[in-house]
Design a protein around this ligand. Sequence first.
Ligand SMILES: Cc1cc2nc3c(=O)[nH]c(=O)nc-3n(C[C@H](O)[C@H](O)[C@H](O)COP(=O)(O)OP(=O)(O)OC[C@H]3O[C@@H](n4cnc5c(N)ncnc54)[C@H](O)[C@@H]3O)c2cc1C
Length: 456
Amino acid sequence: MLEPAYQADVVIVGAGVAGLSAAHRLNSAGVTTAVLEAAPYVGGRMATEKVDGFRLDRVGQLLSTAYPELRLAAGLDALVLRPFAPGVLLHSDGRRHRVAAQVPGRGARGALHAVRALASAPRAPQRPGPAAPARPGTAPWGTAVDQARLGAALGRIATVPVERLLTRPESPASQALAARGLPARTVDGFLRPLLASLLCDPELTTSSRCADLALRAFASGRLCVPEGGAEVLPELLARALPTGTVHTGVRVTSVATTRVATAEHGEFRCRAVLVATDARTAATLLPGLRVPDFHPVTVVHHTTDEPPGTGASLLLDADRGGPVAHTAVVSQVDPSRAPAGRALVSTTVLGAPPAEVDIAVRRHLSRLYGTSTARWETLAVHHTPEAVPAMRPPHDLRRSVRLLAGLYVCGDHRDTSTVQGALHSAHRAAAALLADLGAAGSMHAAEPPRSVPRAA
Ligand SMILES: Cc1cc2nc3c(=O)[nH]c(=O)nc-3n(C[C@H](O)[C@H](O)[C@H](O)COP(=O)(O)OP(=O)(O)OC[C@H]3O[C@@H](n4cnc5c(N)ncnc54)[C@H](O)[C@@H]3O)c2cc1C
């Protein structure tokens, strides 16, 4: 049992990456925090299951080295990002084509620098090695001219300042793509499958501004995974906090500006409260917050002792010929995720999964990798119905994090539905808190506790 009258300047509800990162920023500024987490572990959605020497993420595996908050968030100095091979591999009509963004030394201008057909026969197992050059016009996203236009478009978006992207007119990404002047085959053969994976949104109902941000990160950085699994990121943040800051197994039932009630651990008193839970719980604790729709995501992990020959590439299906949105031999990207001699293939299915998802995924993987998956072993099927909040237009990427003096909210639902968005919202919430605490000194010394506002 924790001390019921525990004193901290700020109580933070939720130890996902947003709550932990905010705690870090506040502690670094000399503000004491208590982080209350309902689960027995930290990390929230960034969880990694350990099975027989494999490290199996519940989340899809797409971070970008261009996410600014991965560099800015205090406590992440020791984070190692393992990049995929540049760009992506696109499967279309039995062939695999590489689309690589960003050319070292040539900057974003050469955003599309390689077009390669890696497989000519759908069933032939491939080994890593030099890729055969594409035949002109064989790429699923168009002719050489189309490819040059796509390269120029990606190059331009990589250099547009974020604030300028956010002033562009907003519509559903699927509509905006059609109006961008790129050929339909470029949009359907490359941009749609790529954006669906980056946004966890198969129908591309997401705001075009969020889609532009995702494309910008793709064109200016490398897709990557955290070495050791998704959980490493929150664990690093938690480890860097003063001992005794994080309390797991403590479920918060209500909040006000100067106190937090818990299910079994009494009341915590404080000078301010930051709610850093998922969107649905935040709306329960802070009535008046909107509950968004969510995109469901399923991640399926297989192992084999004969890894398909796609190396460390992320593989997408331009033909959308099955349930798989993207897949990779993740152990080739981050060898710490599988025991020696075994390959880990991690695959993401977007939207409602089909019945008998593992069978449907295996069939699709067999076509994508050009090899039989019959002897592959299924390690885990993780389905998360409320994986990421939908970001339909109009989507405010800078949703308010300060509800009133003493009451704040952060998490991916206040920004973009990504790790970058969660960390950025924490950054904004910590700044708002510090401004209020600095301005008001003991902000609530003379004030009675206030109840939660109805509108936000
Ligand atoms: C399947 C899947 C795939 C994804 N793919 C990607 C991707 O490719 N790229 C990307 O950038 N992002 C991806 N994401 C999204 C990313 O994981 C999230 O945006 C990010 O982890 C959100 O962090 P958070 O701290 O805002 O929320 P959360 O991680 O949800 O943390 C909230 C915490 O609050 C705790 N909590 C809830 N209620 C209470 C309570 N009453 N009392 C105390 N504690 C409470 C929860 O237990 C949890 O630990 C994916 C997510 C999923 C699930």
